[in-house]
Design a protein around this ligand. Sequence first.
Ligand SMILES: Cc1cc2nc3c(=O)[nH]c(=O)nc-3n(C[C@H](O)[C@H](O)[C@H](O)COP(=O)(O)O)c2cc1C
Length: 206
Amino acid sequence: MKECLKLISERRSITFFDPTRDVPDEIIKEILEISSTAPSGYNIQPWEVIVVKDKEKKKQLKDICYGQQKVEDASANIVFIANTRAGFEHVDKVLDSWIDLGYIPAENRDALRERILEGWKDKEKAKRKAIRDTAFFCMTVMITARAYGLETHAMEGFDEDKLKEFLNIDREKIVPVVLAIGYKHPQKHLLPRAYRFKFEEFGEII
Ligand SMILES: Cc1cc2nc3c(=O)[nH]c(=O)nc-3n(C[C@H](O)[C@H](O)[C@H](O)COP(=O)(O)O)c2cc1C
């Protein structure tokens, strides 16, 4: 319990990564698979990722991220992609699994399929759903990475059009966030954590 709270409360956005330390592909895959236990509406899992590790490609990505040096110094950058058509593309796998596991009787399949897809027909709603679930996934990756002794830095500072062109990402899909991941530079120190709003400022219990 205490360890878990530390993983969350001591997470920082790491500006200085150690450029000499690599995170093996297998570890990155493990982190992503564990994190894919994150929840999503009707378990549709509308996320995709492209992990940019190649040195030359990281340099190109840095330019697309407005020159943010951490992109080049981090061992890898995970580009999170929200698939706005995931409802249609994933629904059958989700339903197969629910029927196999006995969540729902087979005769309910068609009605439930229709209900799930209803939420994905409207483009604006589909965007919101895809981005929301992908953000849950990204946050889970940030915490899981810390359990592996790694640090991360989420970024919204990038040219999305250029990024889609660079990585050949379908124009209908959305890139909500790029996450640098790696080891913190041992000699660099971050400033203390900046102000966080108190519960009374952002919440109420009624
Ligand atoms: C979605 C998202 C986008 C962000 N984009 C950037 C960014 O492009 N560049 C940057 O330096 N920091 C970025 N940040 C980091 C925030 O500035 C940082 O989380 C915030 O200042 C709080 O600091 P902390 O994470 O160390 O507590 C981003 C954070 C999030 C969650």
